[in-house]
Design a protein around this ligand. Sequence first.
Ligand code: CO
Length: 169
Amino acid sequence: MEIITYPNKLLKQISKPVDKFDKELHKLLDEMYEIMVKNNGVGLAAIQVGIPIRALLIDIGDEDGNQSKNTLLEVINPEFLEWNGTQKDTEGCLSVPDYYDEVERYANVKVRYFDRNAKEHIVDASGLLSVAFQHETDHLDGHLFIERLDYIKRKKFEKEWKKKLKQKK
Ligand code: CO
């Protein structure tokens, strides 16, 4: 299992709702967790490892930023029920490695989702958790945070990214 990076077209796919909360899903979530931790991520959507289903992980850690299974959220079929306010925060993405920029998001969101056992959860999120829910759910709809940059920043990003891809070859 590998993390797919921009501009791979797979990242544009719209992921399908999960209907089976079975062993296969659990195995995928476990594997996603390993790869997220290994890459120092705070979130990972299934499509980022090439699986187009509405499943994602968020682990923003505890107050000291320490991540563990206790702070991990396994989020299946998320749906926003409420959203309000705006906030600007620096974001990054494992599919756009080593690039960070400020993105405007809703400040507060209320999200309904299911865990790996199909148990329903409703959470009110603000701050980093709110950003993480919005960033990761964007992945399920085929969107990356760089699409939310303004025109000039996006142009600059594309130029730098092309240069970087060339250097890799
Ligand atoms: Co991302």
